[in-house]
Design a protein around this ligand. Structure first.
Ligand SMILES: NC(=O)c1ccc[n+]([C@@H]2O[C@H](COP(=O)([O-])OP(=O)(O)OC[C@H]3O[C@@H](n4cnc5c(N)ncnc54)[C@H](O)[C@@H]3O)[C@@H](O)[C@H]2O)c1
Length: 253
């Protein structure tokens, strides 16, 4: 990573208080970016900003719920207010679910999961695009999942929400391809974060999840962050509307 490329760049990371989002915020902060760490969990967002500042980086925490358009708007406005503009964003906030066959999924669960994982990306991305358009420059990465490209038994709301993130990414990329904005999706396999640790049956479940990947292990948040930072950077200047897996081969067999 060339630290110079992030110096003075402003980046918003949603769900930045934990897991992939926290690792992404840390990496960006260490690389010299000004990072807005947004999370529903205010204390977690604050803790990540403190860790970034402890390395000499620049970061601001904000409590925000991606289920609220007003919160999405406020996160972006705060980045512009504190850092002067918004150069890049990672729409990463998301929730998992306990497995249930499709017809047994309570409607409220369906609505909540789709509202966070898909509608939340729409709300944040729309606000980010509005802030970036006047500069005719910006890069956005939406975090989908391998379950945005293939199915999984018992996870209909999650699978549908992540397939939706991919469609949304492609459509938005086309809308702004000639306006200086690049928008890509990242599809991780199972990654060793608090989200999978919270799954029913952990830690015994880890061996089962590992076997789903040809590489026979879970990924690390750092391995996902490498891809995110590349896509956000100018080195990915000709990449938009892409769907990029980082999955230890999960979708190859
Ligand atoms: N861990 C995996 O195996 C894996 C695999 C593929 C995709 N993903 C996706 O990666 C993203 C990050 O997952 P993670 O594993 O780091 O999870 P995580 O649970 O460690 O972190 C998710 C963060 O999102 C925040 N969040 C949840 N709902 C929110 C809301 N309504 N508004 C704002 N913030 C909210 C949480 O507070 C948390 O800090 C998610 O979109 C997830 O679906 C994860």
């Amino acid at each position: 990573m060339d630290c110079g490329e992030w110096a003075g760049r402003s980046v918003l990371v949603t769900g930045g208080g934990s897991g992939i989002g926290a690792a992404c915020g840390m990496a960006l902060g260490i690389a010299g970016a000004m990072v807005l760490v947004a999370d529903l969990a205010a204390e977690a967002a604050e803790a990540v900003t403190e860790r970034i500042r402890a390395t000499g980086g620049t970061a601001v925490a904000v409590a925000g719920n991606v289920r609220s358009a007003a919160d999405a708007e406020a996160m972006v406005a705060l980045a512009v207010e504190r850092f002067g503009r918004l150069d890049a964003a990672v729409n990463n906030a998301g929730v998992a679910m306990d497995p249930r066959a499709t017809a047994d999924v309570p409607e409220d669960d369906w609505l909540r999961i789709v509202d966070v994982n898909l509608n939340g990306v729409f709300r944040c991305m729309a606000a980010e695009i509005r802030a970036m358009l006047p500069n005719r420059r910006g890069s956005i990465v939406n975090i989908a999942s391998v379950l945005g490209t293939v199915g999984a038994a018992g996870l209909a709301p999650y699978v549908a929400s992540k397939h939706g993130v991919i469609g949304l990414t492609r459509a938005a990329a086309l809308d702004y391809a000639r306006k200086g904005l690049r928008i890509n999706a990242v599809c991780p396999g199972y990654i060793d974060t608090p989200m999978v640790h919270a799954e029913e049956g952990w830690p015994e479940r880890e061996a089962y999840l590992a076997r789903l990947h040809p590489m026979a292990r879970l990924g690390t948040d750092a391995e996902v962050v490498e891809l995110i930072l590349f896509l956000l950077s100018d080195r990915a200047g000709f990449m938009t509307g892409g769907v990029h897996t980082v999955d230890g081969g999960y979708t190859a067999w």
